[in-house]
Design a protein around this ligand. Structure first.
Ligand code: TYM
Length: 331
């Protein structure tokens, strides 16, 4: 029986946060034994905001090293750079022609970004979700493990797959999003109403996968809670709820058990322990990351092999698409 396919991607636009890790990357490794997994570094997406070329190259390699450091095995999963497989941009073009402007206008991420980057409101930001749909549909993907913030984009990918299939006959598999029950939305440590994001101007709002011990202790200590002073897991204490989620996801201890253990204990002690749990969880990842960054030849081998394998699968789909829309085959 053919194995089901998993596809996901991470932008190399800034250092990765524990939100990226818990919401997405942590799950990538657990899926690789059961599914055929493709994990991409979406550099084409990253240039929708201005990038310093040298930094973009470094960060793209960073994400690859972090994928592996987080337990993704390059012999089991296909790891590659999006720009190495031209079919992504090519399918994106075709899908652009069946995407309604109104659909893209409704994308909340676009609306947010448009507000924040008025001086760089480029067309790439607008059509960003179409490229993401192309990423997913090229591999006949069954499941897409992502955080909550990508839900609307996944819906668009499903919608475009169905529209294309209806118009030109069955071509794409209709993918499903895969969301982590508690970790799908890690919130900012400074404002628990908004998601933790690597692009937040306030450094205290996020913890990076590569933050050192002191930074982690400082950021957790400064995390916004409330004046109730009681450790409880409820919507009225969103800051604390977020911290308990992070504790639980790093320690694998159930929320209930954490709340019981800290009953009657102040926030200070809870935060001290939380910082240590995060430090302990990130340490092996950081060590492996540094080891890999000193072995760039190995990383190069991974992304080259990955691109060859990804391209083989992507081209199978693209050839079908080109044929169905009426392009003359070259050979
Ligand atoms: P990106 O690079 O912003 O984030 C990578 C992954 O991390 C998740 N994530 C979070 N999860 C929980 N809590 C948070 N605070 C948090 N912040 C980020 C994101 O949901 C994502 O899963 N558009 C995508 C990249 C992409 C993609 C794709 C993903 C391009 N093509 C195809 C899946 C399939 C993005 O910007 O992710």
């Amino acid at each position: 029986m053919e194995r089901k396919v998993v596809f996901s991607g991470v932008q190399p636009s800034g250092s990765l946060t524990i939100g990226n890790y818990i919401g997405a990357i942590k799950n990538f490794a657990t899926l690789q034994d059961e599914y055929d997994c493709f994990y991409c570094i979406v550099d084409l997406h990253a240039i929708t905001v201005p990038q310093v070329p040298k930094d973009l190259r470094k960060r793209s390699l960073d994400v690859l090293a972090l994928y592996v450091a987080c337990g993704i095995d390059p012999d089991k999963s296909t790891l590659f750079m999006q720009s190495h497989v031209p079919a992504h941009a090519e399918l994106s073009w075709v899908l652009n022609t069946i995407t309604y402007m109104g659909q893209l206008n409704r994308m909340t991420q676009f609306k947010d970004k448009a507000r924040k980057s008025e001086e760089n409101l480029n067309a790439g930001l607008f059509t960003y979700p179409v490229l993401m749909a192309a990423d997913i549909l090229l591999y006949q993907t069954d499941f897409v493990p992502v955080g909550d913030d990508q839900k609307q984009h996944i819906e668009l990918a499903r919608d475009l797959a169905e529209r294309f299939n209806n118009r030109y006959s069955e071509t794409f598999k209709v993918p499903q999003g895969l969301y982590n029950e508690f970790g799908a939305r890690i919130m900012s440590l400074q404002n628990p109403e908004v998601k933790m994001s690597k692009s937040d101007a306030d450094e205290n709002a996020f913890i990076l996968l590569l933050d050192d011990k002191d930074a982690i202790r400082r950021k957790v200590k400064r995390a916004v809670t409330d004046s109730e002073g009681v450790i409880a897991y409820r919507d009225e204490q969103p800051g604390l709820k977020n911290l308990i989620n992070i504790y639980s996801l790093f320690s694998n201890e159930k929320v209930e058990s954490i709340v019981n253990r800290y009953e009657g204990v102040g926030y200070g002690k809870f935060k001290e322990d939380l910082a240590e749990v995060i430090i302990e969880g990130l340490l092996p990842i950081q060590e492996k990351y540094h080891y890999l960054m000193n072995n760039k030849d190995y990383l190069e081998e991974i992304y080259k092999k990955g691109a060859d394998k990804a391209e083989y699968h992507a081209m199978k789909t693209l050839r079908k698409v080109y044929k169905k829309v009426g392009f003359i085959p070259r050979r």
